[in-house]
Design a protein around this ligand. Structure first.
Ligand code: FPP
Length: 247
């Protein structure tokens, strides 16, 4: 679940990130919100590289929620354009750094040109093994769970599955994160302290780290601080401290 690293005692295998604060960061500078999102893309580049270099194996970024479709059209369009450019520009680096891209979310709702680029990058990087980068796009945890439960119900109705066979691991296998370990650490930037419909099933035992730092200011040093804090937390998974010490 987690590995030793020279500078950080315990490196989480899977880090999930709620990248919040782009809008406020821009407003503080009297600039339009998209200015904050642009700066946010630079943080994405920095954190993807830092995570991969330190030995994180799965990184899941909340880039666009199902609720974000309600934002002003100009902001949604701007975000989609930033995403497309990011993918086009980063493909080479992903291949060089062994980063395999996956999308969590309702890909079909994305503009067709963004879907095309996403599909290309997903397909071109599918053999990469150093780190899995999951972009949560048009993602909502409740919608993900409803879709998974519907799939399972269909299999039961068809007689391919018995209700008694449904357990944690079967439900996990019907989610976007199928085959990947649950996040060990969730980081949320921007000062808010909530989950915002992100990975509600998968985060059951994750350590949570909240920081006031706005996403555009969250760089390698801030990421390392979060990892250091994680490495000194005691994860008991429901057991007592004494039981863990005896293991
Ligand atoms: C939350 O900040 C951030 C988002 C809704 C979008 C995140 C997008 C990026 C970091 C850039 C594009 C992503 C990739 C992967 C290239 P907010 O706008 O809610 O900030 P606020 O809470 O200050 O208003």
């Amino acid at each position: 679940m987690q590995e030793k690293n020279n500078s950080i005692d315990v490196v989480p295998t899977h880090v999930a990130l709620i990248m919040d604060g782009n809008g406020r960061w821009a407003e503080q500078r009297k600039r339009p919100r998209l200015f904050g999102h642009k700066a946010g893309v630079d943080s994405v580049r920095i954190i993807v590289e830092a995570a991969r270099n330190i030995g994180v194996k799965h990184l899941t970024l909340y880039a666009f929620s199902t609720e974000n479709w309600q934002r002003p059209g100009v902001e949604v369009k701007g975000l989609m354009s930033l995403l497309k450019t990011y993918l086009q520009v980063e493909l080479k680096k992903m291949l060089k750094n062994g980063i395999c891209l996956q999308c969590f979310g309702q890909m079909k709702r994305l503009p067709p040109d963004v879907q095309d680029v996403l599909n290309t990058v997903i397909s071109d990087t599918r053999h990469c093994r150093d780190m899995r980068l999951n972009l949560a796009l048009s993602y909502g945890a409740r919608a993900e769970l409803v879709a998974g439960v519907r799939d399972i119900a269909r299999k039961c109705c068809a007689g391919d599955l018995q209700p008694d066979e449904i357990d944690d691991s079967l439900l996990s296998d019907h989610l976007y994160s199928q085959g990947q370990p649950d996040p060990d650490l969730l980081i949320r930037t921007g000062g808010e302290k909530r989950l915002s419909n992100f990975l509600l099933w998968q985060l059951s035992y994750a350590e949570i780290y909240f920081t006031e730092t706005m996403w555009p200011d969250f760089h390698e040093q801030q990421f390392l601080e979060a990892l250091k804090e994680f490495s000194i937390r005691q994860r008991r998974f429901g057991k007592t401290g004494a039981q863990l010490a005896a293991q």
